[in-house]
Design a protein. Structure first.
Length: 264
C-alpha cells in the first residue's frame, strides 16, 4: 500500500491523540485499528511495513494509515511520535495521499498542530478536532511526486515568513537570515522554484492581500496600504496601477468582477 484516499470536506472525528513511545522493550510492534485511521508524525528512524510495502521512517515524516490495516513498526531504540486515531467522513471530494510523506518544512507546523490537539483533547475535543483537521489538509497538500523531490524546503519557509510579515518591512536579507541561508542562495533557489524573485513575490502577495481588503472590507485605502506594508499612498497607488491597471479607488469601485475580468 503506497497511497490512500481521504475525504476532508467535513471535519474528522478525533477519538484519541497523544505521544507514543516505543522501541524500549521491543524493536517490532504489530497491530491494527479495526475502525480508525492512524495519523503519525515521527521523531525517529525506523520502518513501517504495510503488507509488501515498506516505508522508511525519518524524523519529520508523516503517515496516514486506513482502518483495519495491519501495520508493522520496526524501531531502532527508543522511538517517539505524535499520533491521532480518528474517523474520516465518507462524503466529499476524494483526495489521493501517499501513506508516508516527508513533511520537510511543514513538519514544524504539523507538530505544533498535533501537540495542540493532544493538549486540548481531554478538555476541548472540538478544539482538538479543529487542529487535526487543519493538519490533515496540510498533509493532503504536501508536494508529491517528482516535483516534490526538487522542491527546496527553504522556499516554503521563506514564503511562510513573508505571509506572516506582509504588514511590516521585508527585505531579502531579512528573509534569508530567518530561513538560515545567504540572500544570494535564497534568491537563486526561490527563482528556480517559483519563477519570481523574492522581491517580486513579496510585492505580488502584498497586492493580492490589498485586493482582498479593497473588495471585501470598508477599510480606508490609507489603512489598507499600511496593512500590507506600503505606508506611502503614492507608492501604493503606483503599485496597484502596475498590478491591476487601475487606482485603488477604481479597483474598489469596479467590484469583484474587476475592470478586466482578472479579479475575483
Amino acid at each position: 500500500m503506497k497511497h490512500v484516499t481521504v475525504r476532508l470536506d467535513e471535519a474528522p472525528t478525533v477519538v484519541n491523540a497523544g505521544i507514543g513511545v516505543h522501541g524500549v522493550s521491543t524493536d517490532h510492534d504489530v497491530f491494527r485499528l479495526p475502525d480508525l485511521w492512524q495519523l503519525h508524525l515521527y521523531h525517529y528512524e525506523g520502518a513501517l511495513a504495510l503488507g509488501e510495502s515498506v516505508h522508511p521512517i525519518r524524523p519529520g515524516h508523516v503517515s496516514l494509515v486506513p482502518p483495519n490495516t495491519e501495520v508493522h513498526f520496526h524501531y531502532r531504540g527508543r522511538s517517539e511520535h505524535l499520533y491521532v486515531h480518528l474517523r474520516l467522513p465518507d462524503g466529499g471530494a476524494a483526495r489521493v495521499v501517499p501513506v508516508m510523506q516527508d513533511a520537510a518544512a511543514e513538519s514544524t507546523g504539523l507538530a505544533h498542530l498535533l501537540r495542540s490537539a493532544v493538549t486540548a483533547m481531554p478538555t476541548s475535543p472540538p478544539r482538538a478536532t479543529a487542529e487535526v483537521w487543519t493538519a490533515l489538509w496540510r498533509i493532503a497538500e504536501l508536494p508529491k511526486g517528482v516535483e516534490a523531490g526538487r522542491r527546496h524546503p527553504f522556499v516554503a519557509a521563506a514564503q511562510a515568513y513573508v505571509e506572516q510579515h506582509l504588514a511590516g518591512p521585508l527585505s531579502v536579507p531579512d528573509v534569508a537570515r530567518v530561513v538560515g541561508i545567504s540572500h544570494t542562495h535564497l534568491t537563486r533557489v526561490f527563482r528556480a522554484e517559483t519563477g519570481l524573485t523574492v522581491v517580486a513575490y513579496i510585492r505580488h502577495r502584498r497586492l493580492q492581500r490589498a485586493l482582498h481588503l479593497l473588495l471585501s472590507s470598508t477599510l480606508s485605502i490609507t489603512a489598507i496600504a499600511a496593512a500590507v506594508g506600503i505606508a506611502d499612498l503614492q507608492a501604493f497607488n503606483k503599485a496597484c496601477r502596475r498590478e491591476f491597471g487601475a487606482s485603488p479607488r477604481d479597483v474598489r469601485a469596479a467590484g469583484p468582477v474587476g475592470l478586466d475580468g482578472r479579479r475575483r
